[in-house]
Design a protein around this ligand. Structure first.
Ligand SMILES: C[S@@+](CC[C@H](N)C(=O)[O-])C[C@H]1O[C@@H](n2cnc3c(N)ncnc32)[C@H](O)[C@@H]1O
Length: 628
């Protein structure tokens, strides 16, 4: 719980703990101090002195602190005096709970509120205690971030005592909305607003919550899609996160499911997601919030990882969430838990029981095999951390080269969007790429990262390739002049000629399967094709090489390069005076990747060819269309 130098961040002296499976160890390998650790939050039960007295009357606990020790620790710990009454104690615990909540420790907050509630009997409650009980329940409801079923229990109690409790009404409606029960949330608010007409005046938040419900019931609009896709700033020395969503927008984004359904996967033994109708390019399939996620700003990652690591943090959040709201376990444990654990299903009675409990081993596996996000580098405080586990998108399987949909988690809001980047036929499986295809075969080790052997066309070809050819490809790629450390190309005609011969050999080595020639996407080849040949005005050669790059590129989920490479082909076509139909075709490719990657055609201004719209006008083509 909390920081050890802040006495109110730990539970007060005299609180009893029932601890199952405690272990005396260091919390992290790098920690200097040992502590009594439990991995599973469900293995600790906190009992107030009051509840202990009620459960075990007359029992004298030998472990009471000796006076000399008490004098030593008095400045650090806190406890209740014997002359304090229940209401005072409950109030103090509630306030400490609030403090924990504001310090972003919602689970600690929930524990303090639980102990506070032990001092507030709901049966024989005095009028003075009503307000503190309502406050505590209401704050506990707010602390249960994302644990909406438990929130409804708290708010149900509040509204049973006081039907017009403003925060209770607001949090009840928020929980119904969080559970996707939008219509019910709307009806509930209408009923309350009718019953208590002054409510709208007292709480503008209730009125604005009511007003966004119709929007939540529709597919997301363009403004939301653009904000979610808003790219990371380019041209910065350090990786920068995407711009944050406009204030208040996250509340207006609903969980969204496009025309998809679950089914038995065609690429693995488990489940997958399938198109339930023919899908166009750019169809949004999913918008969802993470079950557990983490965003840490650049510059704060060292401080964050002092006490924990990102995987440990996620495992802890998931465990706490299921502990606070066991019903959430039903959804979470339906995810793939790796080759060594049998998948659980609610259809099986034994499984169903297990799905309401905190099972740390299973949580660890599920977090590992279903994690999406930036990889965290322990030594780099200047990079941000963004990642998590999203339940709906976790059902999507992988192919290095034949993907048809892209994952796009927004860096700081952690809202995930999945969108098709190819046409998909009804009944076809939705496939994404967990890792880009242009990583060499040796780096695409899915056994290590995800517990499976990828059998996509590219992996099968790489696997069956003569080892000498693989060694040759690696050697050829290394010999290209592009310098990865400086991002520079040491231009000289002789060097370029040598590189062109090397690239021609790379092409020949995969001549039978040009769309599987992923080394055409390496930085060395891309720099020669898209920058050096273009600068040299050798458009015919540039166009020919870009065609080969494009054959690979179209099968890879769109990233920051796609629109710029399409624009390179388009510029070559203009320079070569190709017919208008060809220019139209490539202009449409540029538009497609601008929309897919950034959600707006204006993205054409970012990259090496910002004047494409003006250049196209000379050929009678308008780049910007009415729908942007
Ligand atoms: C994020 S889950 C995908 C959904 C999963 N198939 C399920 O049943 O819930 C990732 C797991 O799916 C399986 N998987 C995904 N793509 C695969 C592929 N191309 N070949 C074999 N297994 C794959 C692996 O077991 C992997 O660890």
């Amino acid at each position: 719980m909390g920081r050890s130098d802040d006495f109110e961040s730990v539970i007060p002296l005299g609180t009893m703990l029932i601890v199952k499976n405690p272990v005396f160890k260091k919390p992290l390998a790098k920690s200097t101090a040992f502590g009594l650790i439990v991995e599973n939050p469900a293995d600790i039960e906190f009992l107030s002195q009051k509840r202990m007295d009620a459960l075990f009357p007359g029992v004298q606990w030998k472990s009471d602190l000796p006076n000399e020790s008490r004098a030593l620790v008095n400045s650090v710990f806190w406890e209740f005096h014997p002359d304090q009454d229940d209401l005072e104690i409950a109030t103090k615990l509630k306030n400490v709970g609030n403090k924990a909540f504001f310090e972003n420790r919602p689970t600690d907050a929930a524990r303090f509120y639980n102990v506070a509630l032990e001092y507030l009997s709901e049966e024989e409650i005095t009028p003075a205690a009503v307000s503190i009980l309502l406050d505590t329940l209401s704050n506990k409801a707010a602390a249960k971030l994302g644990c909406f079923n438990s929130v409804l229990i708290c708010t149900g109690k509040i509204l049973g005592i006081k039907g017009d409790h403003v925060k209770g009404i607001y949090r009840h409606a928020k929980a119904l909305i969080g559970l996707g029960r939008y219509a019910e949330g709307g009806e509930f608010l209408d009923e309350k607003l009718n019953q208590f007409p002054s409510l709208g005046e007292e709480c503008k938040d209730i009125v604005s919550l009511r007003s966004i419900i119709p929007e939540l019931m529709k597919p997301p609009g363009k403004e939301i899609i653009r904000a979610l896709l808003n790219p990371r700033p380019s041209e910065t020395r350090l990786p920068q996160p995407q711009p944050p969503l406009p204030v208040g927008m996250a509340d207006r984004i609903a969980e969204f499911r496009g025309p998809i359904q679950l089914g038995k996967s065609k690429v693995c033994d488990g489940e997958g997601i399938f198109a339930s109708e023919d899908l166009e390019v750019g169809t949004h399939l999913l918008i969802c919030t993470p079950f557990a996620g983490l965003y840490v700003e650049a510059g704060k990652t060292k401080e964050f990882t002092f006490n924990t690591s990102p995987p440990e943090y996620l495992i802890g959040s998931i465990a706490n969430k299921i502990w606070l709201d066991p019903q959430l376990g039903h959804e979470f444990y339906s995810l793939w838990a790796g080759p060594d654990l049998k998948s659980l299903t609610m259809d099986n009675e034994e499984d169903a029981k297990k799905m309401g409990r905190v099972d740390i081993g299973r949580i660890k596996n599920i977090s590992k095999y279903n994690f999406t996000g930036t990889l965290y580098n322990e030594n780099d405080d200047e990079d941000f951390i963004s990642g998590g586990v999203w339940i709906p998108s976790s059902k999507i399987n992988h192919s290095c080269i034949d993907a048809n949909a892209a994952y796009r988690p927004h860096d700081s809001s952690l809202i995930m969007m999945v969108t098709t980047f190819k046409k998909v036929k009804k009944g076809e499986e939705i496939i994404t790429s967990y890792l880009d295809a242009f990583h060499p075969f040796s780096a695409r080790n899915f056994m290590e990262s995800h517990g499976f052997i990828c059998k996509c066309r590219l992996c099968e070809l790489d696997r069956s390739e003569n080892p000498d050819v693989i060694v040759r490809i690696v050697k050829l790629l290394k010999s290209l002049a592009y310098d990865h450390a400086t991002n520079l190309y040491p231009f000289d005609l002789q060097i370029l000629t040598r590189d062109l011969i090397t690239i021609a050999e790379l092409e020949r080595l995969r001549a039978a399967t040009p769309d599987l020639n992923a080394c055409m996407m390496s930085r060395g080849v891309l720099t020669v094709a898209a920058i050096v040949l273009m600068d040299e005005k050798r458009y015919t050669e540039c166009f020919a090489m870009m065609q080969k790059i494009y054959a690979v590129l179209v099968n890879i989920p769109p990233n920051f390069m796609h629109h710029d490479l399409a624009a390179t082909v388009l510029v070559c076509c203009m320079k070569m005076d190709k017919e208008k139909a060809v220019l139209e075709k490539w202009a449409e490719e540029v538009r497609k990747y601008c929309r897919l990657y950034a959600g707006t055609l204006k993205h054409v201004r970012v990259g090496h060819h910002p004047t494409v719209p003006e250049d196209l006008r000379k050929f009678g083509i308008e780049f910007f269309t009415d729908d942007d």
